[in-house]
Write a protein that binds this ligand. Sequence first.
Ligand code: CTP
Ligand code: CA
Length: 227
Amino acid sequence: VRSFQQEKNLSNKKVLITAGPTQEAIDPVRFISNHSSGKQGYAIAKAAKELGADVTLVSGPVSLPPVDGVHTIPVTTALDMFEVMKEEAQKADYIVMAAAVADYRPAKVASDKIKKTKEETQIEMVPNPDILAWIGQHKQENQIVCGFAMETKDLDKNAQEKCIRKNCDLLIANNLKVEGAGFQTDTNVVTLVSKNTLKHLPKCTKEELGFLILRTMKEIEEGKSLC
Ligand code: CTP
Ligand code: CA
């Protein structure tokens, strides 16, 4: 990792990263979201900057300080993120989708605060676009795309299927059930997945993983496989 860092290995690259959760409004005071802290995406942005890349970070609502020297575009909803990504993806060499994008959004956003009643209630939800799948479908020649996957069971099988379905060059699979992995921690336990290989990694910090992901993307670009 160290020699890779010292060599400013990404100085001619444009790196586009998403981070954090999305928030899907129900009414003016409420939303549906998830536990993503944004730490992993921000760590990748910081690593890419240190490696000399031109970095754009599309960030959902997080409580992390901005990363120096990184162009940060704040977004709230999955639809916002999709619009920004369709535009930005055209300019990127490496794309890393670390954001935890909400799979659904409320079918309509109430313009006034919804009042409580004594009745049971339901919120009708509609699917959000899959941003990573769109990027995979529209991948340009020489573009390297890295997705993430959050699984609680059958990690290897589910993650590899996701990698293939979304046309990713690399997928970082998180097992939420393992200690030291997941949303709010400073460490992660992941499996690197390509369309035909799996590599289980020991626990590492999100900072270390940031560098490792970028180095792996560079190796994939140079035609190496994951082993
Ligand atoms: N993702 C995305 N757009 C969505 C949902 C997910 O771009 N609407 C991206 C995430 O940023 C991540 C990857 O897809 O890089 C996998 O997310 P994950 O939630 O693990 O997979 P899903 O395909 O949404 O499948 P499921 O939640 O059913 O496991
Ligand atoms: Ca999902």
